[in-house]
Design a binder for this molecule. Structure first.
Ligand code: ADP
Length: 201
């Protein structure tokens, strides 16, 4: 519930859901139906007013740091335009580890290969990328510290139909090959329906 003017606004009706490793849960619904709020609660960014969030079988204040990574609508927003790709991609690792530049470039190259763009130069800058490539780089960055869950709010919003389809196929592949659980919000039922194990409406 949010405070609105004099009263309160119920953004999300009582919901009960679980997400398992390697599973993609999709949320669809019209604008204003509470999808983003639910996503923020699942990822621990917004505490629910009531109810519990259970993480790895334990009711807790939320997921441990680094175990949930968001992917945004606008891929360029998660990449610093002044930085070479290797620096943005490996930045989440530097929170807990001290890494040399050569090692970071090597890890970035591996991460780019994992998201299907191993031919890109880790020393390139974001402005040299297409939107689809930028979204893959943003996903490479989100995956680098091996999170258990990826949350994505309209991850294909800025992509054309074909690039959006390829992006969804990549997310499915990451769930199948790397066991990454995903919670994806989209207004595009048809597209999300092709990769989600379950759709919540
Ligand atoms: P969706 O993602 O489906 O568009 P949201 O979760 O963004 O839905 O919003 C659900 C409802 O909660 C809407 O009526 C919206 O105006 C309201 N809302 C969302 N965020 C806030 C906020 N930070 N403060 C107050 N009201 C909010």
């Amino acid at each position: 519930r949010y405070r609105s003017g004099t009263g309160t606004l119920t953004a999300v009706q009582p919901a009960d859901l679980s997400i398992h490793a390697g599973e993609i849960v999709g949320v669809v619904g019209p604008s204003g139906s509470g999808k983003s709020t639910l996503l923020r609660m699942v990822s621990g960014m917004e505490p629910p007013d009531s109810g519990t969030l259970t993480w790895n079988g334990q009711a807790s204040a939320g997921p441990t740091p680094g175990s949930v990574m968001p992917i945004s609508q606008d891929p360029l927003s998660s990449l610093d335009p002044r930085w070479p790709l290797w620096r943005s991609i490996t930045e989440p690792l530097t929170v807990t580890r001290r890494l040399g530049k050569a090692e970071r470039i090597r890890l970035a190259r591996e991460a780019l290969t994992r998201v299907g763009i191993g031919h890109l130069d880790p020393l390139a800058r974001p402005r040299q990328l297409s939107v689809g490539q930028a979204q893959r780089v943003a996903i490479a960055r989100a995956l680098i510290a091996r999170p258990a869950l990826i949350v994505a709010d309209e991850p294909t919003a800025s992509l054309d139909v074909r690039t959006a389809q390829a992006m969804m196929a990549l997310l499915r592949d990451l769930a199948d090959r790397h066991g990454v659980a995903q919670f994806i919000v989209s207004h595009d039922v048809a597209l999300l329906g092709t990769i989600a194990d379950r759709l919540l409406t």
